[in-house]
Design a protein around this ligand. Structure first.
Ligand code: SF4
Ligand code: SF4
Length: 439
């Protein structure tokens, strides 16, 4: 990676930054999937007919890389489906009918932390996962890192995707929990690593709040970064902040760095203070089809339909719904898909926004190369994929692609470059499985 800063400048559309977060009315039902994180799915520990209260454990960790799941409403367990009825994915989902009371579990209480083990256990029990979208269990990441080989802890508040403003909200309006989380981390993990809180320079009010609250703490530096997509992508961030390149197939910790999302820090800090695990999600609801874009606080498991009902839609059912930002988000099949732990944003687009781009031949302009944060050569990868050249796909290091979409965004020929990257990676993966005798 020769040039450290490469990327694109999509319109920010940060329409909801610095507005207040509104509490969504409790939906009649929530659908809580047991797989909202990387690793093994959680295992249900309730049965149909059980009464639950907010914060009650409903899914226990299914392995060492997993996360516990708690009820986000008070009410009665109505269904436990083996297969998600909305997405069709094979993942157990628990449907809870709300009693509208939102009664908290009486056992929820502040956590007493006296040592590193207590701290890690509290992170685990909070249900915190990477809330920027990765969903990696925070406990697994923090408790396994070799502190002697850790040089940087990067707290990611870059929030480079258009529209999304939930991390900005956390830094601006929930700064005390960010501060508390970082202090707990420093106190109990005692890393010799430098802590950077990284924020793009288009978030001046949030930067000011972070600078003020951490003033005088020389273990923590607020790193103000140029506004550039995909600045917040983990490997890109590591390269831009530390100059270290994460080799193909390696973990960030192998270059002495961990990256954790800023809202994740606030979530486990709040759990330690109050005992309330991750059962609500702050998320941005926006997009050209949304009448009143807002940030809301929604119980996990809330159907997207309830969010749109609250914010209003222009012109009826949207043509396209995306969870996450418009660059790396995921198109959703239905408005009944639930909010999960990693849902930081829901976007709705009208018919007019769903025009299929007219794909033309590559004109070899080189724009995609100039914006690729990983210094890849998308046209060469595309040709290699089309010709079935696995050796060339390896040579051009397609597995280094972070699927940021910058190449496709800038391409005047509208080549479907991200899809090609994804398909190429899948092809290589299948080939490796074959080599290992796993079909
Ligand atoms: S090749 Fe991959 S990493 Fe490079 S711009 Fe395209 S999607 Fe992003
Ligand atoms: S930006 Fe598009 S047209 Fe230009 S070289 Fe890349 S793939 Fe070809």
């Amino acid at each position: 990676m020769k040039n450290k800063i490469r990327g694109v400048f999509p319109p920010h559309n940060k329409n909801t930054a610095y507005g207040k977060v509104e509490k969504l009315p409790v939906p009649p039902e929530v659908h809580i999937p047991m797989k909202m994180h990387s690793g093994k799915p959680a295992i249900p520990v309730v049965k149909v007919g059980d009464e639950v209260k907010i914060g009650r454990l409903i899914g226990e960790m299914g392995g060492t890389v997993s996360s516990p799941i708690h009820s986000s409403v008070s009410g009665v367990v109505k269904r436990i489906n083996e297969r998600d009825p909305v997405t069709g994915q094979k993942a157990v989902s628990i449907t809870i009918e709300s009693d509208g009371m939102q009664t908290r579990c009486p056992e929820l209480k502040p956590q007493i932390i006296t040592c590193k083990e207590d701290f890690y256990n509290a992170i685990r029990d909070s249900g915190a996962v990477g809330l920027g979208g990765a969903g990696y269990p925070a406990w697994s990441k923090l408790s396994r890192v070799n502190l002697d080989e850790l040089d940087y802890i990067i707290i990611n508040g870059a929030e480079c995707e258009p529209y999304v403003t939930t991390d900005t909200y956390t830094m601006y309006s929930d700064a005390k929990n960010v501060y508390r989380g970082v202090q707990l981390l420093l106190k109990y993990m005692q890393p010799k690593a430098k802590v950077y809180i990284c924020i793009e320079n288009n978030k001046r009010p949030a930067i000011s709040v972070m600078q003020e609250i951490f003033a005088g703490d020389d273990r923590v530096e607020i790193k103000v970064l140029p506004t550039l997509y995909p600045q917040g992508e983990r490997k890109v961030l590591v390269a831009n902040v530390t100059g270290r390149v994460v080799p193909e197939g390696a973990r960030l910790s192998e270059v002495g760095v961990i990256v954790t999302n800023v809202t994740t820090i606030a979530v486990f800090a709040r759990y330690i203070k109050t005992g309330l695990p991750l059962v609500y999600r702050t998320l941005t609801i926006d997009g050209p089809a949304v009448r009143n874009p807002k940030n809301v606080l929604a119980p996990i498991g809330t159907p997207l339909r309830a969010l749109f009902k609250y914010c209003g839609l222009i012109g009826g059912e949207p043509k396209k719904i995306i969870t996450g930002g418009p660059m790396m988000g995921i198109a959703q099949p239905s408005m009944d898909v639930p909010v999960v732990k990693t849902t930081n944003c829901v976007l709705a687009f009208p018919d007019s926004a769903d025009i299929e781009p007219k794909v033309t031949v590559c004109i070899k302009c080189g724009r995609c190369l100039s914006v690729c944060p990983m210094s890849l050569m998308p046209p060469n990868i595309e040709v290699s994929y089309e010709n079935g050249r696995l050796d060339a796909l390896r040579h051009y290091k397609v597995n280094m692609c972070v699927e940021c979409g910058s190449c496709a965004y800038i391409c005047p020929a509208k080549r479907p470059l991200v899809q090609v990257m994804q398909l190429s990676k899948e092809k290589l993966w299948l080939d490796e499985q074959k080599e290992k005798g796993i079909s």
